[in-house]
Design a protein around this ligand. Structure first.
Ligand SMILES: *[C@@H]1O[C@H](CO)[C@@H](O)[C@H](O)[C@H]1NC(C)=O
Ligand SMILES: *[C@@H]1O[C@H](CO)[C@@H](O)[C@H](O)[C@H]1NC(C)=O
Ligand SMILES: *[C@@H]1O[C@H](CO)[C@@H](O)[C@H](O)[C@H]1NC(C)=O
Ligand SMILES: *[C@@H]1O[C@H](CO)[C@@H](O)[C@H](O)[C@H]1NC(C)=O
Ligand SMILES: *[C@@H]1O[C@H](CO)[C@@H](O)[C@H](O)[C@H]1NC(C)=O
Length: 508
């Protein structure tokens, strides 16, 4: 009994000694996330995942023996606050050894630049924009542990190759404050541009008036494959308008993006319980949804339950406890711990930021939901799934295909009942450019099964759209775009984005 007491006293003393932030066995970890719980990656939502990761690290006697994590949480908001928090902490205490977050693009940009300058590794399950691929200079210390938009672009490229399509219509919502749909489709734009695919680009601002008829007319005479990014309601309105224009008979395919699996912004279903349900069900046979591929391990279930009960204790009640961001921060800490283990073994320390970054890149490890592979540029490979309507009578939607990022391989699942039969969708091959004099009526030249297939393809598109929107909604970027007139061209947008990230920083 007394030896037990003595033991626990010693443990306490050790813990006290270890929690001195200046101690060389202490890793100072700064977590920069928004306090505002309307973000799906808010501090309260992510904290249980971080706690879980840290306790599993401590449980492993050989991983980081004697190392203590001193975790400081600070508000990142979604703009300048992240940088201010980092600087305040560095001045009051000391520079952190590692930074987790921020997620929002503009907040992450300035922090990532300072992290590189200070030789501090930064890991985020956000910062998904294409611009962050520039690791050679200003983002050299940034590791991204969620599938980023450029990887999603590669997924679309693989799928387009599979179906032998070479042209697309990119359609997205954009406003002056939040630009997540723009950033999302930018990933597709990059992949398609490198491949020399033809693209028509159209945007609108769904926070203002959306004229679905007008949007559909813009599509009508251009491309047959449409990739959308907007809210689920806007997607549904566009699909309904397309249906009324006779564009859901197999001549067109619509893709929607739903990466983050949040019920808040719809679940990809056509069902709303309103008078348009029947029409929407028919329309959604032309829509396909792109989402993240899910693997489920028993460990993950346990993790989900833990996160859920912690978050519920804080009074946050919704369906989306574990999402890509929450999971990503867990896996970020595991990755950091594995890298630090290697470093300590070789006589370095947590202060050797650049060496740590090198250890984290180009490596595969076991995350909470399955294998995580980080490419040689420090970005995670993404696996994605495609959901489509497989039964037009009941309106059932199922996963029909998967994309594996490391292999760069897209495949249709073997046992699904493909609405278009066993063949591929041959939209670009069969349909020449649509002109005003050729009204878009039925299936012109396609066999019946092929027509159904195209319809399914369209369904996938809608899902893609939704995901983009959801993410966008959660960003509250307060940066104004410099020049709204330049909207009509995605290339210009890219320029604009990089400009605005820069100006944001210099303004700070
Ligand atoms: C503990 O960490 C070591 C070093 O990374 C690893 O080889 C081992 O598999 C881990 N053990 C467990 C139970 O996870
Ligand atoms: C940031 O961290 C410091 C140090 O722990 C703390 O004093 C401050 O209240 C934190 N700010 C926020 C907004 O969490
Ligand atoms: C989305 O979340 C729900 C529960 O919140 C889960 O049942 C479903 O499998 C998830 N879907 C994907 C694609 O992750
Ligand atoms: C999707 O949401 C609708 C209404 O919000 C609901 O009726 C339907 O059951 C949901 N589908 C799934 C698969 O969760
Ligand atoms: C990545 O790792 C593999 C072996 O694990 C190695 O062959 C390859 O050269 C590495 N790539 C880079 C760019 O470091």
């Amino acid at each position: 009994m007394s030896s037990m007491l003595l033991f626990s006293l010693m443990v306490t003393l050790v813990i006290l000694a270890k929690s001195n932030p200046m101690d060389e066995d202490t890793v100072n970890m700064l977590v920069l996330l928004p306090k505002d719980n309307s973000y799906m990656f808010s501090m309260d939502r992510v904290k249980p995942a971080i706690d879980h990761a840290l306790s599993s690290i401590q449980e492993n006697q050989t991983l980081l023996p004697g190392v203590h994590f001193n975790v400081i949480y600070n508000d990142s908001d979604c703009g300048n606050q992240a940088l201010f928090s980092l600087i305040d902490i560095a001045m009051q205490l000391q520079k952190p050894d590692v930074i987790l977050g921020p997620v929002c693009e503009y907040a992450a940009a300035s922090v990532a630049r300072l992290a590189s300058h200070w030789n501090v590794p930064m890991l985020s399950s956000g910062a998904l924009a294409v611009g962050f691929m520039q690791k050679s200079s200003e983002y050299s210390h940034l590791t991204r542990v969620s599938p980023v938009y450029s990887k999603m672009g590669e997924m679309f490229l693989a799928m387009f190759r599979y179906h032998k399509w070479t042209k697309a219509f990119l359609l997205y919502t954009d406003d002056t404050l939040q630009r997540n749909c723009f950033f999302t489709l930018e990933g597709v734009h990059l992949a398609f541009k490198e491949e020399g695919y033809a693209m028509s680009i159209h945007n609108f601002d769904e926070t203002k008036h959306v004229d679905a008829e007008e949007i559909v007319h813009a599509i009508q005479n251009k491309e047959r494959v449409v990739i959308m990014c907007a809210s689920s309601d806007t997607v549904r309105n566009i699909m309904l308008a397309a249906h009324r224009q006779g564009m859901t008979n197999g001549d067109y395919i619509f893709f929607n993006i739903e990466l983050f699996n949040s019920s808040t912004y719809g679940n990809g279903s056509w069902k709303r319980g309103d008078k348009y349900d029947l029409e929407a069900k028919q329309a959604y046979s032309s829509l396909q949804t792109v989402t993240l591929l899910r693997t489920v391990k028993p460990e993950f279930e346990k993790f989900s339950m833990e996160v859920k009960s912690s978050v519920q204790k804080l009074g946050l009640n919704d369906d989306d406890y574990v999402n890509m961001f929450v999971e990503g921060f867990h896996d970020a800490i595991i990755l950091y711990a594995l890298a630090l283990h290697e470093l300590l073994k070789n006589g370095f320390s947590q202060k050797d930021g650049e060496k740590l970054v090198q250890q984290m890149w180009n490596r595969t490890y076991e995350g909470i939901a399955g294998q995580v592979s980080i490419d040689a540029n420090g970005d995670r490979y993404g696996d994605f799934s495609v959901i489509a309507m497989t039964d037009k009578e009941t309106g059932t939607q199922e996963v029909i295909g998967d994309y594996y990022g490391i292999q760069g391989h897209f495949e249709i699942r073997p046992n699904v009942k493909l609405p278009w039969g066993p063949g591929r969708l041959l939209i670009n091959d069969r349909f020449v450019e649509h002109t005003n004099t050729t009204p878009c009526k039925s299936s012109g030249g396609l066999g019946e099964s092929a027509v159904t297939g195209i319809v399914v393809g369209a369904f996938l598109g809608t899902g893609l759209l939704m995901a983009f929107y959801f993410f966008r909604k959660k960003y509250r970027i307060t940066i104004e775009r410099r020049n709204q007139q330049d909207d009509c061209n995605l290339g210009k947008h890219r320029q604009l984005r990089e400009d605005s990230i820069r100006s944001h920083f210099s303004a700070a």
